[in-house]
Design a protein around this ligand. Sequence first.
Ligand SMILES: Cc1cc2nc3c(=O)[nH]c(=O)nc-3n(C[C@H](O)[C@H](O)[C@H](O)COP(=O)(O)OP(=O)(O)OC[C@H]3O[C@@H](n4cnc5c(N)ncnc54)[C@H](O)[C@@H]3O)c2cc1C
Length: 481
Amino acid sequence: MYARPSMRVLVLGAGLAGLSAAVRAAREGASVLVVEGAGQVGGLASSIQVDGWWLDHGPHRFWSRDERTLAFARQMLGENIVESERRSRIVLLGRSFEYPLRPGDALSKLPARILARAIADWLLERARHWARPRPDANFEDWVVKRFGRTLHELFFGQYTEKAWGAPCSTISADWAAQRISQTGLLDAAASMLLPGRGAEQRSLAARFLYPKRGGIGALAQACATHLRELGGEIALEARVERVELHGGRARAIHARRADGGVERFDCDALISTIPLPRLLGALDDGTSGRNDAGASGLRHRAVRFVHLEVARPRLSPNHWIYLPEKHLAAHRATEFKNFSDHGLPVDRTAVCVEFTCAKDDALWSMPERELARLAESDLARIGLLEQGEARLLATQVLEHAYPIYDLGYKRRVDAALAIAKTVPNIRTTGRQGLHRYNNMDHSLAMGWHAAKGLANTLDATRPVREARADERVAAESRWFG
Ligand SMILES: Cc1cc2nc3c(=O)[nH]c(=O)nc-3n(C[C@H](O)[C@H](O)[C@H](O)COP(=O)(O)OP(=O)(O)OC[C@H]3O[C@@H](n4cnc5c(N)ncnc54)[C@H](O)[C@@H]3O)c2cc1C
């Protein structure tokens, strides 16, 4: 199976982290095989084609503050690229606000009573914090301290509780620190004090790249093509079930094929980007039995996506719209035509509606047609379309969409990583491999980093240091969604 008789590197998972790791290992001269459970590459950032539409898992805008990662994405996509500025909105109190919030827009639309309460709350929180600084106990605490309770309840609390299915007081403050940009506020202040400056900063933060054709999945497809040109290979529909350990090192993996058969692949080193509990559950030294994957306690929030077609040229000029209010079941709607309309029908549009859920709740098991009706009714309630106007294109589900940051997650991630690190020729990375809520560019950078120097050493003795660097890369993560 390996194309070259050099060091054999197995990469588990063909999402962006796995593909970038594979490309780097191949460029460094290793024989690389990527083993992917799904029928296509891209993981969370993959796309499917239905009736001429490219459908992604919700909105996927690509940008990076790291020039090398940006250059890598540009190199992969070549001419197949469009560059845009984000237009997103948040629908609240029957009004549509620009998101990130703009002071002029928010001031003119928020009812005076709420605005006055928001300012008073914010001042009160600042005074409290100044008089008696305290550490952030949880998500709610973090947001209230910085934005005040009124804005927390209005803009952050409702959305977060809907998306996570848990009270904000049970979610780690890390999630807020990683995902909520305070530059929105600073930018707002700058735009009021220094005309022009805020707008410039905002436009820089809002810029993004997207494939002209093929949906966001075109980025992973381009990485896969590049990998194959370098001699690397990809085995699709091969679900890793077991990692054979001998003498404390990973020697082979066993993968279940779509036809039910099991295939064994040898390796000298292994880079895993599959969910960390799944990797731990697969480690098998033949004596002590496998680790119980569930014992890690690391959990994910799932998302179901409903793709609808509507016979109108466009529903709105926005890329995506947040729906925080609890009377709506969905939490976000995305119109892909606004990301790129190359080669798409001119007289119709497609909209993706997202529902976060847990594996055992009603939304998870709701029949496809019923979920589509719910999606349509939510869009009708915010006035985006008329009931009965939409046609179901497809539904999709992501079981591992969002790593859950509950209050004890950090301790559990550290414990799980400590187990993975006992096997010196395994490096675990990427969003799933580190249980880290990060963006596409971070996954690319993490994979790239994990494969660094691998081909020059059969020893692969630096996993701890590499993982810490991965954490640093991911810590730059800043978007709300
Ligand atoms: C709804 C949503 C919207 C997002 N929007 C944005 C955005 O606007 N901008 C942005 O930058 N990022 C966004 N992201 C984040 C981005 O999608 C991810 O950070 C990135 O795609 C993760 O890549 P990865 O390779 O680390 O993980 P994944 O894409 O999850 O890759 C892991 C791979 O492992 C495979 N796998 C799992 N188990 C096995 C097994 N046992 N055997 C073999 N293979 C297995 C999976 O099939 C998958 O292909 C969004 C994510 C979601 C869920």
